[in-house]
Design a protein around this ligand. Structure first.
Ligand code: FPP
Ligand code: ZN
Length: 415
């Protein structure tokens, strides 16, 4: 199409009316948005630096406002505002997001509240196994993953005993298709989240059998795209959320090498934004604090597998991503003054972003060099979070404790 036609098309098609010109040529709608984000993020960095200079040495360190985030989180465990009504089918998720954020901050939940949460999650468990988004709803793999994670974070005998392992196993088997993929719920969509949610819940509760994941690693691998990341299903666009699910599920199944890890590493590393320091979820999209974990969490997993093969080029001082820039984005741009963390400047806080921004911050602090031996806390030393387990995204001590408890129990007999 020649220049003249292109110009008239822009005028005719209302969807393209956002297109603007500048001296260098066309600015697309998405590059316009990218410019706006860079401008607002830039203001935050500038504001932070000016404030540091004004207030002197003591304030030169970006600080995690633990107190205000803790207050926000603890209130959410007891009371949710009306704006959370739309998450009525995601109630175990809310428990998980809040509990995980609190454990990262090393905040204690009282025995009484812990017991109330465990009992509530028990009400979300379905008679035929698995957990639903709320009491009386249908079992679904996503809230099942969230409920198992939340109960493992609580880590009490009462919480562990909520999980009916035999029925959980039966539910997971019912969700499995012949090609190795998992559907999210009875009659529901098949996508890579299903494989991860099933693998994570099964591994934590020690109900993994060869039969349960027969063909699953191959199906997951078929979701890797030409870009290097994973799509939700074969043929879909690569996305950080799906890539994490694919890689973490393959890791649980001991088959991470089935996919092309070099391509995945290149694609993931290139999703870190050169100006903002945070990650985008997919090519040509905007930075978002939650991808600090969905993308950032892939590095320790990739490191774990590749370092077994190429020891020398993956030593602790060969960073796979800019862990300082990620910490800076989260600390400077993603803390909401009223408590909680956010997607990007200008957005309100919510429990999802609080959970995944803090999870990403934990990864950047503890796994910047790939393995846990090297801690790099940007800013105030008090910013240090507990290390999250990059496979399950609950803290490592909670995984160890759950393994200790469930690995003593026998595998379920076929039901
Ligand atoms: C365990 C589990 C259930 C994991 C979920 C993983 C996850 C976050 C998947 C994201 C899916 C997706 C295509 C989002 C795009 O949203 P968007 O278009 O609003 O955002 P974008 O512009 O940043 O891509
Ligand atoms: Zn987000």
């Amino acid at each position: 199409m020649d220049e003249e036609n292109l110009n008239s098309l822009r005028c005719v098609n209302p969807k393209l009316k956002e297109l603007r010109f500048n001296d260098e040529g066309i600015i697309t709608h998405s590059s316009e948005e990218q410019n706006e984000v860079e401008e607002s993020v830039g203001k935050y960095f500038t504001y932070f630096r000016n404030r540091c200079h004004a207030e002197g040495e003591l304030f030169e360190l970006p600080k995690l406002n633990r107190k205000i985030h803790t207050t926000f989180l603890k209130r959410g465990l007891i009371h949710l505002s009306k704006s959370y009504e739309c998450l009525d089918a995601s109630r175990p998720w809310l428990c998980y997001w809040i509990l995980h954020a609190l454990e990262l901050l090393d905040e204690h939940v009282s025995d009484d509240l812990s017991s109330q949460v465990a009992q509530f999650l028990g009400k979300c468990q379905c008679p035929d196994g698995g957990f639903a988004g709320g009491p009386g709803q249908a079992a679904h793999l996503a809230p099942t993953y969230a409920a198992v994670n939340a109960l493992c974070i609580l880590g009490t005998e009462e919480a562990y005993n909520v999980i009916h392992r035999e029925r959980l196993y039966s539910f997971l088997k019912r969700m499995k298709s012949a090609d190795g993929a998992f559907k999210m719920h009875e009659g529901g969509e098949v996508d890579i989240r299903g494989a991860y949610c099933a693998a994570s819940a099964a591994r934590l509760t020690n109900i993994v059998t060869d039969e349960l994941f027969d063909g699953t690693p191959e199906w997951i691998t078929s979701c890797q795209t030409y870009e290097g990341g994973f799509g939700g299903c074969p043929g879909m666009e690569a996305h950080g959320g799906y890539s994490f699910c694919g890689l973490a599920a393959l890791t649980i199944m001991g088959h991470a090498k089935l996919c092309n890890l070099e391509n995945l590493l290149r694609w993931t590393a290139n999703r870190q934004m050169r100006f903002e320091g945070g990650f985008q979820g997919r090519t040509n999209k905007l930075v978002d604090g939650c991808y600090s974990f969905w993308q950032g969490g892939a590095f320790p997993l990739i490191h774990m597998v590749l370092s077994q093969e190429h020891d020398s080029c993956l030593s602790a001082d060969r960073w796979m991503f800019d862990y300082k820039a990620l910490q800076e984005y989260i600390l400077v741009c993603c803390q909401y003054p009223g408590g909680g963390l956010i997607d990007k400047p200008g957005k309100p806080s919510d429990f999802y972003h609080t959970c995944y921004c803090l999870s990403g911050l934990s990864v950047a602090q503890h796994f910047g060099g790939g393995n846990i031996a090297h801690l790099h806390v940007l800013g105030h030393p008090d910013n240090e979070l507990k290390p999250t387990h990059p496979v399950f995204n609950i803290c490592i001590d909670a995984v160890v404790h759950a393994n200790f408890y469930f690995n003593k129990l026998p595998l379920p007999t076929d039901v």
